[in-house]
Design a protein around this ligand. Sequence first.
Ligand code: HEC
Ligand code: HEC
Ligand code: HEC
Length: 190
Amino acid sequence: MSEYNKKALLAIAFLAGYPLTLPAADHFTAPPLTPLAEDGIHDPTNEAILTLQDPKRSMADFPKDRRGEVNWVEALNLGVIQPRKTNTGKAEDGDVMPELALDIIMNTTGEMPHVRFPHLAHTRWLACSNCHPDIFKAEDNGNPINMTKILRGEFCGRCHDKVSFSLWICERCHSVPHKNSPPAWWDTKK
Ligand code: HEC
Ligand code: HEC
Ligand code: HEC
């Protein structure tokens, strides 16, 4: 499934007011920017596929991460995309999604840098109810999260590697070095 379709699915789930329940991880195995006819979602024999834009072309100028996936947080920051704040985009049509600027630092990470969970990067796209209370109790350090569960599709893994960036870019989550963590392997400027 292309990143574009993942985002579309997320947007539809959100707009339809569904709590985010997503298919199993193996459903989303297509690498970034896969042509629509090869993504396993679209019917390649249906002529209508020719009327849809190829994600490689439509997102050619979007900022990418080091795996070549669209960096949606950057795309939003740069104004490349402007998601709607209400169902129709007009302030009078529905509740405006609240944003919350609250970072949570998670430090049970062993030698990996600590994890900064940014509410802001999430609440620019998601409602509180997408996560609370079904995926996470709204309580600092109130959830038994670990990497194995995330890789199995629980907690952060309900979305990451599916509708949001891959779990293989460790440093986007493990972004807070501490005294026992290795040098920042992701900083290519050094
Ligand atoms: C989507 C965010 C995210 C990504 C991406 C991510 N992690 Fe984690 N990781 C976490 C969270 C959250 C925890 C739990 C932290 C806590 O509870 O204090 C964690 C915990 C860990 C731990 C501690 C031991 C354990 O089993 O929980 C290790 C080691 C770890 N991650 C390694 C990695 C590696 C290696 C990668 C890249 C291949 C990676 N992580 C990618 C979010 C992430
Ligand atoms: C993408 C998922 C997600 C969304 C969306 C989300 N949260 Fe959270 N929230 C979390 C996580 C993860 C934690 C930390 C849980 C932990 O440490 O075990 C948290 C913690 C909290 C806490 C506890 C903070 C503390 O210091 O004790 C509050 C309060 C909270 N969230 C409120 C909200 C509100 C209000 C919204 C909507 C504006 C919201 N959250 C949206 C995932 C989310
Ligand atoms: C309900 C879905 C959902 C859950 C659950 C979720 N995320 Fe996210 N996350 C997103 C989306 C959507 C974005 C923004 C789009 C993107 O970057 O893919 C995002 C962005 C982020 C970013 C911003 C990265 C940047 O470059 O600024 C971090 C860090 C992050 N998530 C970490 C986590 C961690 C850690 C957890 C678990 C504690 C978690 N997320 C749980 C959906 C989710």
